[in-house]
Design a protein around this ligand. Structure first.
Ligand SMILES: Nc1nc2c(ncn2[C@@H]2O[C@H](COP(=O)(O)OP(=O)(O)OP(=O)(O)O)[C@@H](O)[C@H]2O)c(=O)[nH]1
Ligand SMILES: [Zn+2]
Length: 340
């Protein structure tokens, strides 16, 4: 059936708004081109960058019947609507995702279909509390977390020995719980062969505070040119927009997703008293507390407090647990702020 093009007079208010906001792609008859599968490389709010199965990039609008937003790592069904343009019709079911609350009070998917979450620290700021927040987010999303402390090369020298020892001890606390936790250096290359193995064939999101060396690490796998092209692509129609995350292909297979500073993650409403179940070293004791909703504070019959007193649990773990439980209770809506 031939479809008559809509004349400008027939545009409804919604369509006019779309044109003003740069969503002209909708005016083209995307319905006439065949559906294809694609991979979302980045999302810019109104548009997403989608890669087809031949590796070509398309700037795609999002069909408004879609709930939520496409994110780096998403598999989608889309149709081409013009040269280098298309429309995302469906976001295929995700095997995992990480979301964050937006300033408009909505939830935004930051990255999808993740296998691994690499949390990067620098040696002067290995924050257990922050590590624990990411570990909970990863556990809730069924993503394998890896903790790394970058800039290991800065820890050389005798005067830094006590500091180096302390950091190693801290990482050991996590390794004993079964987490991968390592010192690496983007500059000297230490630990990067191991990290490369962890990434092979996986979809990995890299997160961490500003200045910890995320970009330096990414440059170990992705060439500057590819990164630069990605940055140029962030220029939207007339207005510069930055993607919250961007996917790169790894030479070893798999994908690496770079995130621009995530300040909070949203979890599926974990009640504050359940936080302990995500602390691998605490969970076993928490099960034995007298009260099922024990906050492991000053309650009688608290097996966790007892384990701390007996030196079986590092007391800092409990400080971190209480801070996270308080934070969840304060925000009350499952929002886990990465920094309070
Ligand atoms: N000594 C040392 N310096 C490093 C290492 N990795 C990164 N740096 C330095 O740390 C600074 C910050 O590195 P970036 O890679 O820009 O950090 P980032 O995490 O991407 O920072 P944002 O872009 O702000 O999020 C730069 O001056 C790097 O040269 C390392 O392994 N050793
Ligand atoms: Zn208790």
């Amino acid at each position: 059936m031939l479809r008559r093009r809509t004349t400008p007079d027939e545009l409804n208010l919604r369509q006019r708004r779309r044109i003003r906001s740069g969503r002209q792609q909708f005016l083209q008859p995307a319905e006439e081109s065949p559906e294809q599968h694609g991979l979302v490389r980045a999302n810019y709010g109104l548009n997403s960058e989608v890669e087809n199965e031949q590796g070509e990039q398309f700037r795609c609008a999002v069909r408004e019947t879609i709930e939520g937003n496409p994110a780096a790592g998403d598999r989608v069904v889309w149709r081409q609507s013009g040269t280098g343009q298309g429309v995302i019709e469906t976001i295929l079911p995700r095997r995992s995702e990480l979301r964050r609350p937006t300033s408009q009070g909505r939830w935004q998917t930051v990255a999808a279909n993740l296998d691994r979450l690499i949390v990067v620290f620098s040696p002067d700021r290995f924050l257990m509390g922050l590590a624990d927040r990411y570990l909970i987010a990863a556990a809730v999303a069924h993503i394998e977390p890896i903790l790394i402390v970058n800039k290991q090369d800065l820890l050389r020298g005798r005067e830094l020995r006590p500091y180096r020892q302390q950091l190693k001890q801290d990482l050991k606390v996590y390794r004993r719980m079964g987490y991968a936790a390592r010192l690496v250096s983007a500059h000297s290359g230490k630990g990067l062969a191991w990290l490369t193995q962890q990434l092979a064939g996986q979809t990995t999101l890299l997160v961490g505070q500003s200045g910890v060396g995320k970009s330096s690490l990414i440059r170990h796998w992705i060439t500057d040119e590819v990164i630069r092209i990605g940055a140029v692509n962030t220029i939207g129609r007339g207005r510069q927009t930055t993607a919250v995350s961007r996917l790169y292909h790894l030479p070893s297979g798999g994908h690496l997703i770079d995130s621009a500073g995530i300040r909070a993650l949203a979890l599926q409403g974990i009640p504050a008293h359940q936080v302990a179940s995500y602390f691998r070293d605490v969970a076993g004791y928490a099960d034995r507390c007298r009260f099922t909703d024990c906050r492991h504070d000053a309650e009688p019959g608290c097996a966790v407090q007892q384990a701390v007193a007996q030196g079986k649990i590092d007391p800092r773990r409990l400080v971190s647990l209480h801070a996270i439980a308080d934070s969840l209770a304060t925000h009350g809506d499952g929002t886990l702020l990465l920094q309070d």
